[in-house]
Design a protein around this ligand. Structure first.
Ligand code: SDX
Length: 372
């Protein structure tokens, strides 16, 4: 038995939810370019959960269900005030809050298809509310309740700021949510599948997935990209900054991918949005720095930008706190995690790979009084 580091190239399951073949990403056969251009995030949620795009009645029903289930249990809101909220990272806070949500859900331990779908709706609806409420409570502000007549992207921005967002911001966030919704068997999705394959519950699956997404090699990269842009400060400093990183053999956040060989198809959409939004907010410098970084990293290292690189300047242009970038990734990716959890339940077998043993053999037990 020989271990494959990081399970590179290992095909661990079958799935009909999304595919990455020859650098092309599709959700249930629909190319991400078409979905980014035309679809609402709600359409994509339906597509991931049902394997087909919704008709108007189906979309209206999903939108109604999400709006109806987006109010948080008071106990979850009160819980935010029990810990050092200004000292915890939002990803730790939402990991805890999602786990807590389960305790308030009467159906948490009910494992039939209807109950699991109800929990899917509640999780998708309440995660944006959790991120927004956390963001406001840590600033000493009261949470803002969602509006029944707003879509998920618009409601998130409304709950975050208390003001109705403009159409450009809503469209940009909607596109970003579409782009981040699912991505085959990435680390956090695989984590969710391993967890629920023991027949554990949906809340446990999503909580474990949030824990995996939190890491800087995965979802946490977008916040690290923003930190890098802030550290560099100006286009003139890009070259020396990167030379130093290269000399120290440090990874450049927002670049590279385990699966894509010639580039992440999502990056071009976020790059376009970054150009438009930074021009609108009068901060083209962030976009110009990003383009310069991309030019140098791809030409020097041959490593293309991934989904996290340009999303940083997009979210910054929307006025979102930098440590909320990964929670926004979670707000989108929870739709994919849920799709994979429901698919795992449908044709389940516990996921239990092997390990190549490299420890000592034939050890003889020695009583403690004879040990050095
Ligand atoms: C996401 O899997 C998914 O689908 C994830 C995701 C999704 O939608 O779910 O796409 C979202 O997580 C995107 C990735 C976000 N992470 C980052 O931007 C962090 C920086 N990237 C790297 O850490 C890395 O590229 C990974 C984690 C993305 C991929 O890791 P791999 O496949 O294990 O690659 P590796 O670390 O083995 O690198 C292979 C080589 C190494 O060179 P050598 O040591 O062999 O000489 O490429 C180099 C690496 O040093 N390399 C980089 C680099 N990424 C790889 N060098 C500098 N900067 C980088 N970013």
């Amino acid at each position: 038995m020989t271990a494959t580091r990081g399970l590179e190239g290992v095909v661990a399951t079958t799935s009909a939810i999304s595919s990455i073949i020859d650098d092309v990403l599709t959700y249930a056969g629909y190319n991400i370019d078409d979905l980014a251009e035309h679809a609402s995030f709600e359409e994509v949620i339906y597509l991931l959960w049902h394997g087909k795009l919704p008709n108007q009645a189906e979309l209206d029903e999903l939108t109604k269900q999400l709006a109806k289930n987006s109010v948080l249990p008071q106990g979850v809101l009160d819980h935010f005030k029990t810990y050092p909220i200004d000292k915890v990272h939002p990803m730790g806070a939402i990991r805890t809050a999602v786990s807590l949500l389960g305790l308030y859900d009467e159906e948490q331990e009910v494992m039939d298809e209807a109950a699991n779908y109800n929990k899917a709706i509640r999780l998708q609806a309440q995660l944006p509310a959790i991120v927004a409420a956390f963001s406001r409570i840590r600033k000493g502000l009261e949470p803002v309740a969602p509006k029944a007549d707003l879509g998920l992207a618009a409601n998130f921005l409304y709950m975050l700021t208390g003001n109705e967002p403009d159409a450009v911001a809503v469209h940009s966030l909607n596109t970003a949510l579409v782009l981040h919704a699912d991505h085959e068997l990435n680390a956090s999705t695989f984590t969710a599948r391993v967890c629920v394959a023991t027949l554990s519950d949906v809340y446990s699956g999503v909580t474990s997935a949030i824990g995996a997404l939190k890491g800087p090699l995965h979802g946490g990269a977008n916040e690290q990209v923003m930190k890098m842009l802030s550290e560099i400060g100006d286009v003139a400093n890009v070259e020396s900054y990167l030379a130093n990183k290269f000399a120290n053999k440090e990874k450049i956040m927002g670049f590279g991918h385990r699966v894509y060989q010639n580039g992440d198809p999502r990056a071009k959409h976020l790059k376009k949005m970054s150009k438009e939004l930074t021009a609108m907010t009068g901060e083209p410098k962030l976009y110009e720095m990003s383009v310069k970084i991309e030019e140098i990293v791809t030409s020097t290292k041959g490593i293309p930008a991934n989904v996290d690189f340009y999303s940083a300047s997009v979210y910054d242009s929307l006025g979102i706190d930098h440590d909320l970038f990964t929670p926004i990734f979670a707000v989108s990716r929870v739709s994919g995690w849920i799709a994979h959890i429901l698919e795992q339940y449908k044709n389940n077998r516990i996921i239990r790979p092997r390990a190549e043993y490299t420890g000592p053999n034939k050890q003889v037990y020695v009583p403690i009084e004879q040990r050095a």
